[in-house]
Design a protein around this ligand. Structure first.
Ligand SMILES: C[S@@+](CC[C@H](N)C(=O)[O-])C[C@H]1O[C@@H](n2cnc3c(N)ncnc32)[C@H](O)[C@@H]1O
Length: 249
């Protein structure tokens, strides 16, 4: 199923004054912050992201995957964990070679280069055959897609019938106090610290803006169903700071 529907959120870009497309801007931004990405990721999430990734991988195990596609693989944290946890052959695709270079080094250090391949690929047009993978996953990538629904439809196309999907994305907690504390941290502290340490003027401001605009929860469930996925489950984690979306086809 291919759709070219546009979401409001697709228009959230790192730099509104830039003439580059969202995809080009996002790739350039991640190339720029790649050397600091892992440090910032684990520090700013206070290490909680490891548990979220673990839960995403657990959800895929029911289909006993031998092949997994990791879309927007970045520096490969989810891919590395997935191959350790499942033994599956992982293909990671991303539009930022800078991010994948960090991932390639980590895979080599962990003697996992034979189990993970990193290749350039845009979610909007995945270069794989229909039904090519047992499972497809994506952590903190979908909010960056220039064409959200096209990317999700592509992820559905390349996943086999009966396969499993796992998507992690930031969401907004609704519980009082947590909502206020997290809102303050995400709006004021995280962008300042992130921009300072990454030496990128706007990367972590964009993170906040793109997460705030993302069609999360039930809205995202409807989008996933519209893109061909079935049995979509929406599971908020850690007070809803992140949501794990799982589905089959
Ligand atoms: C926040 S990082 C997440 C990386 C990794 N999945 C993780 O969990 O750490 C987002 C990644 O999405 C990639 N990305 C953004 N848009 C993409 C697209 N259209 N196709 C493939 N990758 C994309 C970026 O280059 C970046 O590496």
């Amino acid at each position: 199923m291919q759709t070219s529907a546009k979401n409001e959120h697709d228009a959230i870009v790192p730099d509104e004054s830039s003439k580059l497309s969202k995809t080009e801007q996002v790739a350039e931004m991640f190339d720029g912050i790649a050397p600091k990405y892992d440090f910032l990721n684990h520090t700013l999430s206070m290490g909680i992201d490891r548990g979220w990734r673990q839960k995403a991988i657990e959800s895929l195990k029911v289909c006993n995957p031998q092949t997994i596609l990791d879309v927007a693989t970045g520096t490969g944290d989810l891919a590395l964990l997935a191959t350790r946890e499942t033994g599956a052959q992982i293909t990671g695709v991303d539009i930022s070679e800078g991010m994948m270079d960090v991932g390639r080094k980590k895979a080599a250090t962990g003697n996992l280069s034979g189990k993970i391949s990193f290749q350039w690929g845009d979610s909007a047009a995945l270069g794989f055959a229909d039904n090519a993978f047992d499972a497809v996953m994506c952590a903190y990538g979908v909010r960056n897609f220039e064409h959200l629904e096209r990317g999700l439809s592509e992820m559905c196309r390349v996943m086999r019938t009966g396969g499993r999907l796992a998507i992690l994305e930031f969401s907004k907690p609704t519980m009082p106090v947590v909502k206020q504390v997290f809102g303050f941290y995400f709006r004021h502290i995280l962008p300042r610290l992130g921009n300072l340490v990454s030496r990128h003027g706007r990367a972590y401001t964009y993170l906040n803006e793109s997460a705030m605009a993302f069609p999360e929860g039930e809205n995202f469930r409807k989008i996933l169903e519209g893109c061909g996925f079935k049995e979509v489950k929406v599971r908020p984690l850690t007070f809803g700071i992140t949501t794990l979306y799982t589905a089959t086809k």
